[in-house]
Design a protein around this ligand. Structure first.
Ligand code: IMP
Ligand code: MG
Length: 205
């Protein structure tokens, strides 16, 4: 056991469930984590982005392409905030190397299921860091000649950029911090935190 699955915790969760309170994963399972953006702040910003994307599409259809796995929660929320006729597709990439930072080269692990020629495509990313992943995907997708190709990223760290990428929709622009939650991971953990939290170097594994 890792110390969080105690009787006390179980009781607190059950109590919160029964009382109808919102259960905070961040608070209950990881009491030490510092929140950068709360679920409410995220929801408000996602609603704004959805309205903006809806306006820009002018009644045309949309293909939303999520970059697995981190973009899944953002795509799910954003898709319900846009008022357009939309379909989903997903790609997965991996950067060579390992750990919390991208290393340089990108490999496509899962390609699009459907062709995007002539379509309005919105690439949905959790966080834009060096830009290497999105520069690779943009080049790949442009070869298929979509009608439009836009990029939505929930977070942007412009100070880390190596490849030039200008996202069309940005949730929040942040300094060079390592963040987790709402899809974003550290070694595959924390993706299910409802809030975006700071990964501090001294946080216990
Ligand atoms: P890029 O190719 O450097 O732009 O990397 C983008 C990818 O790196 C994101 O989709 C994330 O998977 C990962 N990444 C970059 N910064 C963070 C972070 O602060 N937390 C979690 N993942 C991150
Ligand atoms: Mg990602």
């Amino acid at each position: 056991m890792n110390g969080i699955d105690t009787d006390l915790h179980r009781k607190a969760w059950l109590q919160a469930l029964n009382s109808g309170d919102t259960i905070s994963m961040s608070a209950a399972a990881y009491p030490d984590l510092e929140i950068l953006y709360t679920r409410q702040q995220i929801a408000e910003r996602v609603a704004e982005l959805g309205a903006q994307i809806t306006r820009d599409l002018n009644g045309e259809k949309l293909v939303m392409v999520g970059v697995l796995k981190g973009a899944a929660p953002f795509l799910a929320d954003l898709a319900r905030a846009v008022q357009v006729d939309a379909t989903f597709d997903f790609v997965a990439t991996s950067s060579y190397g390992h750990g919390s930072r991208s290393s340089g080269a990108v490999k496509l692990i899962k390609d699009l299921d459907q062709p995007i020629e002539g379509k309005n495509v919105l690439v949905v990313e959790d966080i834009l860091d060096t830009g290497i992943t999105l520069a690779y995907l943009r080049k790949l997708f442009l070869q298929q000649r979509p009608k439009t190709l836009r990029i939505a990223t929930l977070l942007d760290k412009p100070s880390r950029r190596i490849e030039e990428i200008k996202p069309d929709y940005v949730g929040f622009s942040i300094p060079n911090l390592f963040v987790i939650g709402y899809g974003m991971d550290y070694a595959e953990r924390y993706r299910n935190l409802p809030d975006i939290c700071l990964m501090t170097p001294d946080h216990p594994e």
